[in-house]
Design a protein around this ligand. Structure first.
Ligand SMILES: Cc1cc2nc3c(=O)[nH]c(=O)nc-3n(C[C@H](O)[C@H](O)[C@H](O)COP(=O)(O)O)c2cc1C
Length: 127
């Protein structure tokens, strides 16, 4: 279960989050299915009237299967996995959901909530 936190209260370094820890980008719905992929290109910050919530930008190549899900859904999530599950990126970042079921292959659990999908095992989720 997610415990909601005020974005302004979180102390973290967005640069190392993306460039060193990496994240799992997830988009999808219970009805249409969901997909996850590793990302290391991204940014988080403050913009215009979103300054209360913070904003995130991710950079996803057109060829990624996950892009289809992002285009279809209103939300996507940026999931930070615990260190012990880092090996899941060997699947999420090297295989395509076009060819395999990444949920079955990685052992990660998709959660569908409030129109968004995220990974149950995540330490942190940004929606
Ligand atoms: C460490 C790492 C970081 C990556 N970062 C990105 C990224 O930011 N944007 C992107 O388009 N692809 C990135 N990729 C590549 C995708 O994760 C990879 O192509 C994945 O298999 C796409 O899966 P999909 O076809 O199921 O969407 C990264 C891969 C790795 C290993």
């Amino acid at each position: 279960m997610l415990q909601e936190t005020d974005f302004r209260a979180i102390r973290f370094n967005p640069h190392t989050l993306f460039s060193e820890c990496w994240a799992a980008l997830v988009a999808g719905s219970e009805r249409g299915g969901a997909n996850a992929m590793t990302i290391a290109w991204g940014m988080m910050g403050s913009l215009w009237n979103f300054s209360d919530q913070g904003v995130a930008a991710v950079y996803v190549r057109e060829s990624r299967h996950t892009k289809r899900f992002m285009d279809r859904e209103a939300y996507f999530s940026i999931n930070v996995l615990p260190e012990e599950l880092r090996s899941a990126h060997a699947i999420l970042g090297a295989k395509s959901g076009r060819d395999i079921d990444k949920w079955a292959a990685s052992g990660l659990t998709p959660v569908f909530e409030d129109g968004c999908c995220y990974i149950a095992e995540s330490d942190q989720v940004f929606i």
